[in-house]
Ligand binder design. Sequence first.
Ligand code: GLN
Length: 547
Amino acid sequence: MARYIFITGGVVSSLGKGLASAALGALLQARGYTVRLRKLDPYLNVDPGTMSPFEHGEVFVTDDGAETDLDLGHYERFTGVSARKTDSVSSGRIYSNVLEKERRGDYLGKTIQVIPHVTNEIKDFIEIGDDEVDFMLCEIGGTVGDIEGLPFFEAIRQFSQDKPRGQCIFMHLTLLPYIAASGELKTKPTQHSVKELRSIGIAPDVLVCRSEGPIPQKEREKLALFCNVRPDAVIAAQDLKSIYEAPLAYHREGLDQAVLDAFGIAPAPKPDLSRWEDVYDRIFHPEGEVKVAIVGKYTQLEDAYKSIAEALTHGGMANRVKVKVEWVDAEIFDKEDAAPHLEGFHAILVPGGFGERGTEGKIKAAQFARERKIPYLGICLGMQMAVIEAARNVAQLPDAGSEEFDHEAGEKRFTPVVYHLKEWVQGNYTVQRKVTDDKGGTMRLGAYTANLKEGSKVAGVYGTTTIEERHRHRYEVDIKYRDQLEACGLSFSGMSPDGKLPEIVEWKDHPWFIGVQFHPELKSKPFEPHPLFADFVRAAKDTSRLV
Ligand code: GLN
C-alpha cells in the first residue's frame, strides 16, 4: 500500500508546484523509495490535447498515448518514471466518466451528485496502482479557493480519512511576497490560504514557501504558529537559476526530511544525491556555449516547447556546453530571405506544430540548413517540412506540400508528399481515422517502434537499430516519394515495422541533418540526455569551432 502526498497551492498560481512535486519525487528516490507522480486538473477539457499551446503550454504525450499536462514532463524528467494515462486527470474527464456511467445505468437509479459520485470517481483514480510504489505524489492543479477545484479538495480530504492514520500527508505551496518599501517578507497571504484550506478540512503537514530570498527565523516561526505546522516543516523555496538545482536546494532546506518526519518514518534512510550533484556540476560549469535557433510558431510562449528546451539543455549537459536557445518566429521570413535571420546559429531546430501558418518560413529554414551544412533537427512538422523542402528544391516537385494545409484552406493546391493518415497498425490492432473525426484524442499517439537502417547516421546516434518513440500527429510522409527522394540523397533511415510509415529521414552528404516523425524530446532526462539531442548539440559544438 502506497503512502500518499497531496500537493496543493495557494495565494497565486504558477508557483512551481509541479517542479516542487517532481523534486520531492527525486529526493524520495534518492533515499531508495519508489514513487509515482500524478496530476489532477480542475479544468473542464477532457484532456489538454485540444487546448492551444498559447493557453496551456505544451501537451505532454505518454507512452500509452495520453495527451497530458506539461507537468507530467517535469515528473518524468526528474524521476525517470514513465508517466501513464492514469497519471493525469481533469474535471472534464471525471465528469465525462460519471455521466457515461449514469447513461449506462451503473448508479442503479440514484440521484448523481458531486458528493459522493464525483468525489468517488476522483478517489478511485487517485488509488490506481496503489500497490506498485512506496509513495504516490498527487498534485492538485489551480489554487485553493477556486470554485472548480473544490471536488478535488473534498476528494483528497475524504481519501485521507478513508486510509489508515499516517498514510496520507498534505503539502501546501504558497508565496511570501517581499515588500521592498518596508523591507519585509509578508506571511499574511500564506496564513489566509492555509485558513482557506483548513476551512475545507485539510490541515497541511508541510508548508513550502516561495520567496525571492531566504526566510528569516522570525517569519518561519510566525508561519509555523499561525498556520499550525511544525517550524521545521516550513520549507523555504527560493528562486533558482536552474530548475535542475531544485532537488539539491529542497534537500538543503529539509523538504524530504520534513515529509518523512510527517509520516513518522524514523530513522530516515540516507539519501544518495550523486546523480543531482553531477547534473548541477554540468549545468553550472559549462566549458563553452552553442547557439541554437528554434524556428517555430508559438515562440512568444516558451512553455509551448517546454520539453524541447529541456532536451536541448540536457544535450548541452552531455557535451558540457551551455545551449543558448533563440526563438525565431518562422512567419517573419515566410516571404523573404531566411538567411539574415538564421546566420550565426550553430544549429537549427524546427519543432512540431499544427496548421499552415509559418510553414513557408520553416521550409526555408530547412533549405538554409541543408545548403549551408548547418546541423538541423526537424521534429514531427519539422521533419515534414524538411521532406517538402527536399521535394520542392531537389527532387523537382515544385508543388510539393502537405494535405494538412489543403484541408485547412479547403482547396487543393499541393502535391501531397505529406498526406492524412487514415489507417495504421498499433501493436496487434489496425487503427482507422477519417478527416472528419473529432479533434480530441484521435491522432497517432504514444509509443511506436521504428527500425533503423544499418549504417545510417541515426543508427550510429542511437547505438541500436530498434527504437521506441512517442508520436502525436495526423499527417505522414508518403512513401510513394521515397525512391525519388532517396535518389536525391535524402535517406529514409527509420521506418515503422511494417515498412509503410517513414519515421526518420536524413541527408547523406550533410554533417548532421535529421528529421524525425516522433517527439524524442519527451524522453530526455538531465541524467540521461536523449541520444538525438546529445548528438545534435555535439554537432552544434563542432560547428561553433569552425566559425
Ligand atoms: N501537424 C502535423 C501533423 O499532424 C505535425 C504534428 C506535430 O508536429 N506534432 O502531422
